[in-house]
Design a protein around this ligand. Structure first.
Ligand code: SAM
Length: 175
């Protein structure tokens, strides 16, 4: 019988050898292979994106449908940590609809130019508790957090410590 390690190794190698795109293939043309590997509404939006680049692992796309599907068309209040080029805020807007309250935060002052495109953008660090509290106060509530910021553990922890308790009933925290 194969050990769990050799099975994991084989799986990893098959993924590495795959022709499927990775998160840096921002403007890939979706083939039938991609579409069948990554079905769903978030994937439809991602693959048809002609606008600002979105940096998402492709295998996350169906998971976003699963996690966010119940909020489509609602007044959900979503905060994304990490705005970059602004494409992911556009993805959330298209997925969730016009009623959603979408905020993004980023430490890079250049992202301020994206404020108002698909959501509100505020500039500050995810490890600054006062900044985070001020943003949530402005949002007047918080239902979903998606931490796609620095990817540094102590930053993720600092954000979690502040934001998790501010989530409303049934809230969702995605890192
Ligand atoms: C992976 S990119 C975000 C990608 C974007 N969410 C998307 O899907 O297209 C990470 C972003 O986090 C920002 N960032 C890095 N450190 C940060 C911090 N301490 N606080 C807030 N944002 C930070 C970077 O400036 C960068 O724009």
């Amino acid at each position: 019988m194969q050990s769990i390690y050799s099975r994991a190794d084989r799986k990893l190698r098959s993924l590495l050898n795959s022709n499927l795109p990775n998160s840096y293939d921002f403007s890939i043309r979706a083939t039938d292979e991609h579409r069948s590997a990554y079905p769903g509404r978030a994937a439809d939006i991602f693959f048809s994106n002609q606008g600002k680049p979105v940096a998402k692992w492709l295998h996350y796309l169906p998971i976003y449908d699963q996690l966010l599907g119940s909020h489509i068309g609602s007044k959900v209040k979503m905060l994304e940590i990490g705005v970059a080029h602004g494409g992911s805020l556009g993805l959330w807007r298209k997925l969730l609809g016009d009623e959603a309250v979408i905020f993004g935060i980023d430490i890079d002052p250049k992202c301020a130019a994206l404020d108002g495109d698909s959501g509100s953008v505020r500039i500050g660090s995810q490890d600054d508790p006062k900044f985070l509290r001020d943003v949530v106060a402005e949002m007047k509530g918080l239902d979903v957090v998606l931490d796609d910021g620095s990817h540094i553990g102590r930053h993720q922890r600092a954000s979690l410590d502040v934001l998790f308790p501010l989530l409303g009933e049934g809230g969702l925290y995605i890192i």
